[in-house]
Design a protein around this ligand. Structure first.
Ligand code: ZN
Length: 349
């Protein structure tokens, strides 16, 4: 991360110096910009951001659900249930953006329902993981939540969190194709960590004991689910082996909250306790964690090879925290080989 920051600073320094090199007096016509022009463009850019967050969250959810389910023997899973579903609510966006929520995610809902349920907006389902309790109960993306356990959707996340903590069964009143339907979902125990997307200018991933964050740049750099599964596995390994467990809850999994970041005072503190040993352990345990969830990880090292393009110095030399990308790739390959061989042995028995 630090290296990326340095690169970025150099990048901007180059831009600034190259922009100011020819300091001739020129005149140019400054267009008049109305507030309306600006508001329209801001809306367009926020819309792109929210849609990017949604598609990244869906991809991460699809990839992480089997990992959270299959690693229950090594991770913290007691204290709350999981449904395998992701929601978005108006309150997930900063206050200034809340009007966008209705425009983008509550569009087309008959105004009658807002009156009937006495609310400004309704939570909606962003993602349902395959073979999850929500999937078995036939919840689907874009379902609009009218009520949770026969209660209004005010403070939806709080109600969901409490519900997931105290009971495995949750009832939803749903609006789908202009029809009201009732659905009950019985949660199961899975690893209590949230896997979220976050905007950032460089490909990276973080863990903070409760959540895993993968930057939008890393999600775009990854070309396969195997590569994402490995990144998730690596960060989960940090959460499982290197942090004191912070109680997680599926209700805290944000999909459109682009301001949510790892809960440490600043990103540099990540590296104070990070060592070659811990990073190597996270790489190798991460392989095991993703492999256990059924990912073959065959071409997973393509991620490092692509990442090295952004950071050529890491190809062959190690930083204070990470071994070189070449060494990381080799160790990951060897670990994978060992896992596959022992799996084959087991199957032959
Ligand atoms: Zn790490």
């Amino acid at each position: 991360m630090k290296v990326y920051l340095n690169l970025l600073i150099i990048f901007f320094a180059v831009i600034i110096s190259s922009c100011s090199n020819n300091n001739k007096n020129t005149s140019f016509h400054l267009p008049k910009v109305s507030q309306l022009d600006e508001d329209e463009e801001v809306f367009l850019q926020k819309k792109i951001l929210i849609h990017e967050m949604i598609s990244a969250s869906k991809l991460l959810h699809k990839t992480s659900w089997p990992i959270l389910k299959e690693n229950i023997d090594i991770c913290n899973h007691k204290g709350s249930y999981s449904l395998g579903v992701l929601f978005a609510t108006e309150q997930d966006l900063p206050k200034n953006d809340s009007s966008y929520y209705k425009l983008l995610l509550n569009r087309g809902i008959n105004p009658y329902y807002f009156k009937k349920y006495n609310t400004e907006s309704f939570p909606i389902i962003i993602s349902v993981a395959k073979n999850s309790p929500a999937y078995e109960s036939k919840l689907v993306e874009r379902d609009i939540i009218l009520e949770i356990n026969s209660q209004k959707v005010w403070n939806f996340r709080k109600k969901l969190r409490e519900s997931l903590t105290h009971s495995s069964l949750i009832n939803f009143t749903i609006l789908r194709n202009n029809k009201i339907i009732e659905k009950s979902v019985r949660g199961i125990q899975a690893c209590n960590y949230n896997v979220q997307a976050m905007p950032a200018p460089s490909p990276n991933a973080y863990a903070d004991g409760e959540k895993v964050f993968i930057t939008l740049a890393a999600i775009k750099l990854a070309k396969t689910e195997d590569e994402l599964a490995f990144l998730i596995g690596h960060e989960l390994a940090h959460n499982i082996y290197h942090y004191n467990y912070k109680k997680g809850n599926e209700a805290n999994n944000f999909t459109i909250n682009y301001l949510d970041i790892p809960k440490l005072k600043n990103l540099n503190s990540f590296f104070l306790f990070s060592t070659h040993n811990k990073e190597t352990e996270a790489d190798l345990k991460g392989v095991e964690i993703a492999f256990k969830a059924g990912y073959s990880l065959d071409n997973v090292n393509d991620y490092w090879r692509r990442l090295s393009v952004f950071n050529p110095s890491l190809i062959s030399s190690s930083s204070t925290i990470y071994k070189s990308n070449a060494l990381r790739a080799i160790m990951i390959s060897k670990t994978l080989k060992r896992l596959k061989a022992s799996n084959e042995k087991k199957q032959k028995k």
